[in-house]
Design a protein around this ligand. Structure first.
Ligand SMILES: NC(=O)c1ccc[n+]([C@@H]2O[C@H](COP(=O)([O-])OP(=O)(O)OC[C@H]3O[C@@H](n4cnc5c(N)ncnc54)[C@H](OP(=O)(O)O)[C@@H]3O)[C@@H](O)[C@H]2O)c1
Length: 333
């Protein structure tokens, strides 16, 4: 079968289209005929060997796929050939077939498009946990969303504007075209962080942030919450826009690890809240997130993804990484 291979840990130049054996189905596995595979930041991390280089190269890239069940292992009773499903295996999804543990599959409801559905299992779970479980965003709050046109970012904007009545959303993105998309999804303010200083812009929007002994009232300017999957240089700038006693949710490192300067954060009493979805694996919050994802897929208007053919997997990953895509990017097998 055709597959996008990672030949050595490193940059996008180490990805190539190859021919490999169709995977064997273990007793607890399901073999999925892949229709679409989703690209996400986790692929960039896996390619660079983060968090670990334990898996020997070469291997097939890809951590999410949707398609039709082709075969099931001897112990699998919940799935049968012909079922529509999406899977989140640890690798192997950028291929014509992927084998995944039956427990890593979710059904795709009738009438839901196999290419649209991939925007949700991981990204929406992350967005749900960020908004509800961790930040506990409340009505009346102001929320800053980084990479607001991205896979997780756009869903954060959608949750905040579709499921809350009175949350003010500031979205950051890097092009005017993407800014338009973020605005069309309901963000109240959209800032192109490449052409404007977002710290100055947020001060213009909400007024100066209260700091030190300044008597600017209980709240002052700034945002109540920042939802940040970037880190990097924003580790320095975000504390300048999060109000006193605000919450700083850090869920990714697209911009690098960055440096944390604790003194100004401490003076303002900002709560630093890093997280990974894995922190809730197997808990009732995880189950609630899965339920939220299922409900959303069935009831909400879904995002139309950008589609690349599987053969152009390396180009798709490159475009995703250099910021020239928006929303969800999928490969069509
Ligand atoms: N905590 C968890 O459990 C969990 C789960 C899933 C994902 N994540 C994290 O969530 C984040 C978003 O993932 P995603 O798959 O939705 O990716 P994404 O946001 O769709 O990533 C692509 C976007 O990142 C932005 N970008 C690229 N390079 C950048 C840079 N150097 N600095 C700032 N922004 C840059 C660009 O958006 P702009 O042009 O708008 O800047 C680009 O369109 C990642 O950090 C990922 O690791 C975490």
């Amino acid at each position: 079968m055709k597959a996008i291979m990672l030949n050595a840990y490193g940059g996008a130049e180490n990805l190539s289209l190859g021919e490999v054996e169709t995977p064997q189905v273990g007793p607890d596995d399901v073999l999925l005929k892949v229709k679409y595979a989703g690209v996400r930041w986790g692929d960039i991390m896996a390619r660079e060997g983060r968090p670990s280089k334990a898996r020997p190269t070469p291997f097939v890239m890809g951590q999410e796929a949707s398609g039709v069940v082709e075969a099931v292992g001897a112990n699998v009773t919940k799935w049968k050939p012909g079922d529509r499903a999406m899977a989140t295996p640890p690798g192997g999804a950028f291929a014509e077939y992927v084998a995944a543990p039956a427990a890593a599959l979710m059904p795709v409801p009738e009438g839901v498009d196999l290419k649209q559905v991939l925007a949700y299992p991981v990204n929406l779970r992350t967005a749900y946990l960020a908004v509800y479980t961790w930040a506990k965003v409340a009505e009346g709050e102001r929320v800053l969303v980084h990479t607001a046109a991205g896979g997780v970012g756009l869903l954060l904007v959608q949750i905040l504007k579709r499921r809350f009545e009175n949350v003010t959303v500031v979205g950051l993105t890097s092009t005017d075209e993407k800014a338009e998309i973020v605005r069309a999804n309901g963000a109240d303010h959209v800032i192109n962080y490449k052409t404007t200083d977002y710290v100055e812009d947020i001060e213009r929007i909400f007024g100066p942030k209260a700091s030190g002994f300044a008597a600017l009232g209980e709240r002052g300017g700034g945002v109540d919450v920042s939802l940040n999957g970037v880190s990097g240089s924003t580790m320095d700038t975000d504390p300048k826009v999060i109000r006193k006693r605000g919450r700083w949710v850090l869920y990714g490192y697209i911009g690098g690890r960055g440096q944390l300067n604790l003194a100004p954060i401490g003076y303002d009493g900002i709560t630093i809240m890093p997280f990974s979805c894995l922190a809730w694996a197997g808990t009732p919050d995880w189950t609630a997130a899965q339920r939220f994802v299922r409900d959303w897929i069935q009831n909400e208007e879904l995002i139309e993804p950008t589609v690349f053919p599987l053969e152009q997997g390396a180009e798709a990953v490159r475009a995703f990484e250099d910021g020239s895509t928006w929303g969800k990017v999928v490969l069509e097998a």
